[in-house]
Design a protein around this ligand. Structure first.
Ligand SMILES: N[C@@H](CCC(=O)N[C@@H](CS)C(=O)NCC(=O)O)C(=O)O
Length: 236
């Protein structure tokens, strides 16, 4: 078994009256994919140990880590003596299936698919596109080297997708209905960055109201509204 538990970079989620279990998650707090998992765990009142990994924290290139995730990426989650799980979407589904119930993650295949289709949609069409083609170029590429027209075009495409969410949110409080579900984790975990970065945003009033509802959730504020200053490249 791995020795990360002894590495000294361990954080225990506040215990309170939360269920104590044996979830360990590898990943830095500034990783948007890690944030989605931490937010979900917190919404479900689950405790965990978090171990810093990735970017300047290293770890991800070690043999032990690569044995868990050959992609060398965070997050990775192990629950008790279960397998190492990588890919935030797979981790979220595992956590929800193991620990959540309806309406967050309904039981019957048909009801679950209503949540899952929006979770998948949000991850693929918004989160992944926004992070790779808008957020990352703005934060990690020095201003003098940025392709501003490519970023503007990418933002326009992302906002076409967000307009679909805006329409849904005109009549739903949350993406898959009236209650928070796994679909909101996959849409909401990138909204802090979307509303925080310095771009001219489309007018999407229902999405904005939804984001304000998410901001009022303590777990969202704790894990998603996190500074990404450590990622910024400002010179050049
Ligand atoms: N598709 C993967 C992407 C994982 C990923 O790209 N993680 C980033 C952080 S958000 C990473 O590990 N980057 C390298 C690093 O931090 O060292 C997922 O959804 O989990």
């Amino acid at each position: 078994m791995l020795n990360w538990h002894l590495a000294g970079a361990i954080e225990t989620a506040s215990q309170g009256d939360k269920t104590v279990n044996k979830i360990t998650i590898w990943g830095r707090k500034s990783s948007v994919n890690v944030q989605s998992v931490l937010w979900c765990l917190d919404e479900l009142d689950l405790t965990y140990h978090r171990i810093d990994a990735g970017f300047t924290y290293g770890v991800v290139t070690t043999a032990d880590f690569l044995a868990m995730n050959p992609n060398g990426k965070v997050p990775v989650l192990i629950d008790a003596d279960g397998p190492a799980i990588f890919e935030a979407g797979a981790i979220l589904r595992y956590v929800a299936t193991q620990y959540a119930a309806a309406p967050f993650w309904p039981e019957t295949p048909a009801a679950r698919a209503v949540v899952d289709k929006w979770a998948e949609w949000a991850k693929l069409n918004f989160a992944s596109q926004f992070i790779s083609s808008v957020f990352w170029p703005l934060v990690r590429i020095p201003p003098s080297q940025r392709d501003c027209s490519a970023i503007t075009m990418a933002l326009g495409l992302v906002e076409k997708e967000l307009a679909i969410a805006d329409k849904i949110l005109a009549s739903n409080a949350y993406l898959a209905g009236d209650d928070l579900s796994l679909a909101d984790i996959q849409l909401g975990h990138c909204l802090y960055r979307y509303y925080d970065i310095d771009v001219r945003r489309a007018d999407l009033p229902y999405l904005r109201a939804y984001y304000d509802r998410l901001r009022a959730r303590p777990a969202f504020a704790r894990h998603v509204m996190v500074s990404y200053d450590e990622l910024r490249v400002t010179t050049g």
